[in-house]
Design a binder for this molecule. Structure first.
Ligand SMILES: Cc1ncc(C[n+]2csc(CCOP(=O)(O)OP(=O)(O)O)c2C)c(N)n1
Ligand SMILES: [Mg+2]
Length: 272
């Protein structure tokens, strides 16, 4: 996809996210906006995947380990053709399949997620099974930075390096915020890149809102044969909406009609 195409797609995805947050249940606004460019680049420039054959054994697998970012994933899957865009209006409504956290009933969702700390182990399982079957497909796992406070993430990192799983690619949405505040004030994660290197992973640090930098890093993995890869993507929680960007309270929002209209105007203005 062209640079303009990616930019327009990311904007549409952000608009869907904002729309879903205006429903009666609200949604995880900030973390979905911070991941929107990563998801756009993955689904429109990197992943070998086909909405017409979501179970193709040769597909690249994507797992949203930070499953609370579900509305961003739904918006991306809809834009990519896995489900009708109109279905996004059923998010969090009785009888619908688009719940607050993703489940396998949604086309394109590989595993249910939402309980933090499990996605990297699941991704390693996909990567190892592809290798055993002699297939070249890769597994991509998107982790929250606060999520990395779960010890199971580091257990999985050790196991992946021990297995030399170079078809596993982790992406850390490094927005610096977790539910109640800054990661560095609550349970520090720095030096982030050095920690992953110490766990024997190949590491790249990129601007998580720069489509070309993301594409180059993700499409060219593995960068070091025999090592799993991690992209530490520097992001802003709530990116695209100045009224919440960089603020912990962006984590979850139920937008009133007035706030929704303001958010839609702000997104449009940012596109100029
Ligand atoms: C095991 C577990 N503990 C707690 C939660 C509740 N929870 C949901 S989101 C969140 C904060 C996660 O922060 P981060 O991973 O940085 O996500 P982001 O900033 O990208 O939204 C927490 C604690 C959970 N979903 N799972
Ligand atoms: Mg975070």
């Amino acid at each position: 996809m062209t640079a303009d195409g990616l930019r327009e797609t990311a904007l549409r995805i952000r608009r869907h996210i904002v729309d879903m947050c205006a429903g009666p249940e609200g949604g995880h606004l900030g973390g979905s906006l911070s991941s929107a460019d990563i998801l756009t680049v993955l689904y429109f420039s990197v992943l070998r995947c086909d909405p017409a054959a979501p179970d193709d054994p040769g597909r690249d697998v994507f797992l949203l380990s930070k499953g609370h970012g579900a509305i961003g994933l739904y918006a991306t899957l809809a834009e990519r053709g896995y489900l009708p865009v109109a279905e996004l209006a059923t998010y969090a409504r009785p009888g619908g399949r688009l719940m607050g956290h993703p489940v396998r009933a949604v086309p394109g969702v590989e595993m249910p997620t939402g309980s933090l700390g499990h996605g990297l182990a699941l991704g390693l399982g996909f990567a190892l099974s592809a290798r055993l079957a002699g297939r070249a497909n890769r597994a991509f796992v998107l982790l929250g930075d606060g999520e990395l406070q779960e010890g199971s993430c580091w257990e999985s990192a050790i196991a992946a390096a021990a297995q030399g799983a170079d078809n596993l690619v982790a992406i850390v949405d490094r927005n610096g915020l977790q539910l109640t505040g800054a990661t560095e004030q609550i349970s520090p994660l720095e030096p982030m890149a050095a920690r992953w290197r110490a766990f024997n992973w190949a590491v790249r640090e990129v601007d998580g809102h720069d489509h070309e930098a993301l594409r180059e890093a993700l499409a060219s993995a593995p960068w070091e044969p025999g090592r799993p890869s991690v992209v530490v993507a520097s992001t802003v929680k709530g990116q695209g909406l100045a009224m919440v960007a960089g603020k912990a309270h962006s984590h979850y929002a139920t937008l009133s009609e007035r706030m929704h209209a303001r958010a839609v105007r702000a997104l449009r203005a940012g596109d100029r």
